[in-house]
Write a protein that binds this ligand. Structure first.
Ligand code: ACO
Length: 318
């Protein structure tokens, strides 16, 4: 199906620590660190999300040695896009000077894996030879900064991969369990004179039942790794690195203990990223890749969960 030939990421310059949050919210570094593992997050100030997505994409293209004109497709993922229209993928296409079709996938924090699954189908059909997948999130724009139970969890950033034909993706399996009350982001309230129902909840941005999300996440992420490994006919002990969605260190640790895979195999960046939704996996992938962590032939497992509810897992040979 495909192989990853380049990775890239970009983060906003501004870093906000837990201590800074506690200057205007009834919270503390101790509460946030203990419950989530998050110490700080990058927050968009003057940048735009498309600039970050463009920078992450250029970094991935440079590593791949691929020119933007050579791309056959751009798939972007975001649940916190800069604009509803045009989508992030179209804005990236303009910024990097590509000419191929480009579209967005909205699948919350599972978006990156969903995009890899879609990309795999394009390679399988022969419709594409080079694809850019870019995940970019501005979650700090879609939280209520008066709601300490959600705003402390999120950060902004973008991550990208360039894919070419290859047989390195060994398995991928996505799931959706349509449930709208557990976690979500309301769209704008609007001012249509024809709406007959007042919808005050739409002012409240991101909503979440934390404990329900937590339970769902641990169950889904461990099951998805087991399922993807079985599909690839790989024993769990053969997995060298796990790239989980970065939502909460406690969720990652609970998944680790359920699977019995050593914690050193989990790649984490939650401490300084916060939850960057669909961007979290390609950001962490790029950071670890540039450190030289992955050796040729290593087995990587990806897993994510998010609003929808959606989740999935994949096994990839580096
Ligand atoms: N600082 C201090 N106290 C807080 C804060 C805060 N930032 N937030 C909540 N509290 C308080 C609550 O008010 C509550 O107080 P009370 O006992 O007096 O009522 C207490 O802390 C405990 O709150 P809980 O919600 O029960 O805390 P919990 O241990 O469940 O941790 C958390 C909350 C971290 C959100 C956890 O449930 C979690 O990680 N859930 C999963 C979240 C997640 O993964 N989201 C990703 C999906 S988002 C997406 O897809 C877009």
């Amino acid at each position: 199906m495909f192989k990853i030939i380049g990775t890239g990421h970009a983060l906003p310059e501004r870093v906000v620590t837990n201590d800074e949050l506690s200057t205007f919210l009834d919270t503390s570094d101790e509460w946030i660190s203990k419950r989530t593992g998050i110490k700080s997050r990058h927050v968009i100030t003057g940048e735009t999300l498309s600039q970050l997505a463009g920078e992450a994409s250029r970094n991935a293209l440079d590593m791949a040695g691929v020119r933007a004109e050579e791309l056959d497709l751009i798939i972007a993922t975001s649940c916190s896009p800069e604009k509803v229209v045009p989508g992030v993928a179209c804005m990236v296409q303009e910024l990097i000077g590509a000419a191929c079709p480009a579209f967005d996938i909205s699948s919350a924090c599972s978006g990156f894996l969903m995009a890899l699954d879609v990309a795999a189908a394009f390679f399988k059909s022969g419709a594409a030879k080079k694809i850019l997948v870019v995940s970019a999130e501005n979650m700090t724009r879609f939280v209520d900064w008066n709601d300490r139970s959600t705003c402390v969890l999120f950060g902004d950033g973008a991550g990208a991969v360039v894919l070419s034909e290859g047989d390195n993706l060994l398995s991928i399996r996505m799931h959706t369990q349509g449930t709208h009350g557990t976690v979500g982001i309301y769209g704008p309230k609007g001012n249509s004179p024809f709406e007959t129902v007042d919808r005050p909840e739409r002012n409240s941005c991101t909503f979440m039942n934390g404990q329900e999300t937590y339970k769902y996440a641990v169950g889904a992420m461990s099951r998805d790794i087991e399922e993807a490994a079985a599909l690839a006919d790989i024993g769990l002990e053969k997995i060298d690195h796990i790239i989980p969605h970065q939502a909460n260190l406690r969720i990652i640790m609970a998944t680790q203990s359920k699977l019995g895979i050593p914690m050193e195999k989990f790649c984490t960046g939650i401490e300084y990223l916060g939850n960057t939704s669909s961007a979290s996996e390609p950001i962490v992938l790029d950071i670890e890749n540039r450190k030289g962590r992955f050796k040729e032939g290593d087995i990587l497992a990806f897993t994510a969960f998010g609003g929808g509810l959606t989740d999935g897992g994949a096994i990839y040979r580096w």
